[in-house]
Design a protein around this ligand. Structure first.
Ligand code: NAD
Length: 499
């Protein structure tokens, strides 16, 4: 689909995306797609006030009714899947199946959240006092600010929004300034769900604000935004996290990763090669969970590298809309330059680089690169740094303890995996002495998480959890209540205080 067709299919009207101050270019060929109006900083106070007003109405609606809105959102996303997926491809440069896959992830989290809206369970707890009942209740918190990165321009919003909404919180979304169109399209889709839902949805329940760090900053520093979920670089999280904590807000941080795979001597190498190639070069290495480090047993390293070099040699790079393309463009020229700089640095540290060149791939104007395999003599500073591009550093190990130490010896802690058919190795990797990451897999690559599990990572990845499992608890406040239904007033811990 041509971009004008995609935009009109999503409900944008002529001139709606012209004349604004934020120029949007497609990473596919650098073509200008839109000029989007930015939110004036002075408006942020009103945006937040509208969200607070929406909160006072939304929090009293029963959670299953709130779930109904998210159910309708899921239906609208199903209806718009092809067009929204195509816009993700146009604006973020993902290949067609990954654009559609991202929208599928949104549909999946909506389904999950609908069920959740009837399962926001608390506990009853045995009280030590006779005639007393102790219980735990979960309550809505208030406006949830959501700041997102360019590389998952729509799914990350939905992981947060679907949960926040069923939990009783309005949402204010600041997308990446590199991908505002997909956010505005989601707002249109959300509004369609609201119009079917009816008057129970208050005005300002889900707002989108457009701009850079300064617009995000207004959410970060406002005491009226009790939850602030921020996805992006560790650099951004290092600024945002302390500011939210300093005003006693709750940060949910989803930051950079430096994900590794250990390949043990018993591994099924054919399977490992497929997993490595998908997770290292998929989305042109621009997933937070992309495979960046390969830690291979020295007895199989040469064999594995030979197989990988062969697979890397035949990967179709080019227009992400074309059938058969597996590697689309990087988001912009700055990303391509950062990749080249990292490869130069790796060379200076003794690395031997295969591939990694900038290529035109038949599409002038885009930042296309051949993925790089880099044989490293050890885990240098460059290897410990996340470069958001398809670079895979390969290192060797002799025993599992050394491999796990290498895997954990980086500042980030998002995703990890081991390929082995040895049960002791697999279980050790998953044990308290194994991987220190938020995600640890066996015989599966580090990327492509399902929404059913809690998603997030440790250390400089920020510690936040989103999506499935009990991540919803991050969007609610817990209240412990004790009720005395006896005629006595016994104190806890046997304390006597007789008047
Ligand atoms: P980025 O840090 O440049 O920007 C992310 C968002 O933060 C943008 O919306 C940006 O405008 C905003 N921002 C930047 N500085 C800010 C500030 N001081 N105050 C408020 N907002 C601010 O990241 P990016 O280049 O868009 O995305 C790539 C990075 O995101 C990678 O490091 C990747 O690993 C990470 N990421 C992590 C996850 C995860 O779940 N852990 C998911 C996707 C991406």
């Amino acid at each position: 689909m041509e971009h004008a067709q995609v935009l009109s299919a999503l409900g944008f009207v002529e001139n709606e995306l012209a004349g604004g101050g934020l120029l949007v270019r497609s990473p596919i060929d650098g073509a200008e797609v839109a000029k989007v109006a930015e939110t004036p900083s002075a408006d942020m106070e009103h945006v937040i006030a509208r969200s607070r007003a929406a909160f006072s109405k939304w929090r009293v609606l029963p959670a299953p009714r709130r779930g109904e809105l998210v159910r309708l959102l899921g239906e609208e996303l199903r209806a718009a899947k092809d067009e929204l997926g195509a816009l993700v491809t146009l604006e973020a440069g993902k290949i067609t199946s990954e654009g559609a896959g991202e929208v599928q992830e949104m549909i999946d989290i909506c389904d999950f959240a609908v069920g959740l809206s009837r399962q926001l369970y608390g506990l009853t707890i045995a009280s030590e006092r006779p005639g007393h009942k102790m219980s735990e209740t979960w309550h809505p918190m208030g406006p949830c600010g959501v700041i997102t990165a360019f590389n998952f321009p729509v799914a990350v919003w939905s992981w947060n929004a679907a949960l926040a909404l069923v939990c009783g919180n309005p949402v204010i979304w600041k997308p990446s300034e590199k991908t505002p169109l997909t956010a505005l399209a989601c707002k249109k889709i959300f509004d369609r769900a609201v119009s079917r839902f009816g008057a129970d949805a208050p005005e300002g329940l889900m707002q989108v604000v457009i701009g850079g760090a300064d617009i995000g900053e207004a959410l970060v520093t406002s005491k009226d935004v009790p939850i602030l979920s921020a996805t992006g670089s560790t650099r951004m999280g290092g600024i945002v996290g302390p500011k939210v904590s300093a005003r006693w807000g709750r940060p949910i941080l989803e930051l950079g990763g430096n994900n590794a795979m250990i390949v043990a001597p018993s591994a099924d190498l054919e399977m490992a090669v497929r997993a490595i190639v998908f997770s290292a070069v998929g989305t042109a290495g621009q997933r937070c969970t992309s495979l960046r480090r390969l830690i291979v047993h020295k007895s199989i390293k040469d064999d594995l590298v030979t197989k990988l070099a062969k697979a890397y040699g035949s990967l179709p790079i080019g227009d992400p809309r074309a059938e058969g393309t597996l590697i689309g463009p990087l988001i912009d020229d700055a990303s391509r330059d950062a990749m080249q700089a990292a490869l130069d640095k790796a060379r200076s540290e003794g690395g031997i680089v295969y591939g990694g060149d900038a290529v035109t791939a038949g599409v002038p104007g885009g930042a296309y690169v051949a993925p790089a395999l880099v044989d490293m003599p050890g885990q240098t500073e460059t290897v410990k740094t996340e470069t958001f591009a398809p670079i895979l550093y390969v290192m060797e190990y002799e025993d599992l303890e050394q491999a796990i130490n290498l895997q954990n010896d980086v500042p980030q802690g998002l995703s990890s995996c081991i390929f082995t058919l040895n049960m002791r190795e697999a279980e050790t990797f998953l044990s308290a002495t194994g991987s220190d990451c938020g995600i640890a897999n066996v015989n599966i690559g580090p990327s492509g998480a399902e929404i059913g599990g809690a998603f997030g990572g440790e250390k400089e990845t920020g510690g936040g959890r989103e999506s499935g499992s009990d991540a919803w608890k991050g969007y609610m406040r817990r209240q412990t209540s004790t009720v005395n239904y006896s005629a006595e007033l016994p104190l806890a811990q046997g304390v006597k205080f007789d008047l």
